[in-house]
Write a protein that binds this ligand. Sequence first.
Ligand code: GLA
Length: 389
Amino acid sequence: MQKGDLIRKFQSIFNETKTPKLFFAPGRINLIGEHTDYNGGHVFPASISLGTYALATKRDDQKFRFYSMNFSELGIIEVDLNDLDYKNNDHWANYPKGMILFMKHAGFNIGLGADILYFGNIPNGAGLSSSASIELVTGVLLNNLYQLKMERIQMIRLGQLVENDYIGVKSGIMDQFAIGMGRKDHAILLNCHTLAYKYAPVVLENHSILIINSNKQRTLAGSKYNERRQQCEQALFDLQQELSITSLGELTPIEFERNKHLIKDKVNLKRAKHAVYENARTLKSLEYLQKGELISFGQLVNASHLSLRDDYEVTGFELDTIVETAWEIDGVIGARMVGAGFGGCALAIVEKEKVEQFKNKIQSIYVERVGYEVTFYTATISDGAIELL
Ligand code: GLA
């Protein structure tokens, strides 16, 4: 979709002649470090070129009118600036509503409404953070339209808060951080406990990162995500009876092995084990990538999937089929699920020359075993949320 087409669409939907401003927020992948963010561990995400465009003009009354080209059947969703509470009927528009409400609560002066058109080329509910992408594109747009001079880190935190307290998913900060702070050709190693971060160049030379959408839909809120988080909190609580730690991310695998007997419940123990070992793998990954040791990095990526499959139990038949098939294919350095799991996408690092072969093999096995097709995307790592001039 070209910029001109989007502008014409905006003008026809809202029956306006003014030229809207255009904003973009990416989606994200995560190289490694899954379900570690809310456990105070490290993550290693990168923002991608797929994402959400938003076009907006300010209004001179207090109405917000939202339209998504991805949900055109819902038409324009209109709300009042003074009535932004969550409503089922407002469907996807609850994400921008939540952002506006929480920015108001944080003291930002949003006195007038706006007309906003959204267009996303990121698949919904596929583990690439379509929701955080909408939150951040809305944040950037409001910041610009109302000249709020909001710090990026505050926008990121508000996005997470919307997810936690408005939508009801107790997610960590990874998605909003990756989308808010992304940098072209770099992944971000983020300590989710302190929010200290560093950029690491992703130089793969002869390899590409492929995203494989299992096309198995999942909704985060309805999933077992919150349950996983709670199980980790319970494990932490048990450990805290003897250890003075504030998060699982503070434990090395050796410390964990020494103290794991404190965790009373067998299932909680497996969840905590994943969080601790995944954090260690993430730190090690940075080291390997910096040294250009791709093969060793790939092995950690594979180990991450195994741990998400066996200890965290968030993969499922569809993602396992993709990833386990990928492991057997010539030219694959590593493969694993991405994001929350329970469906959604996997990623694979594949030798460029063998990509076509890879796709054919995955597709035929997946169709045979699962009964429908996967969709492939090539991940281009690009910048974080911005106004497009
Ligand atoms: C979702 C959440 C993130 C993170 C991942 C799992 O994407 O929004 O905060 O917990 O799942 O790593």
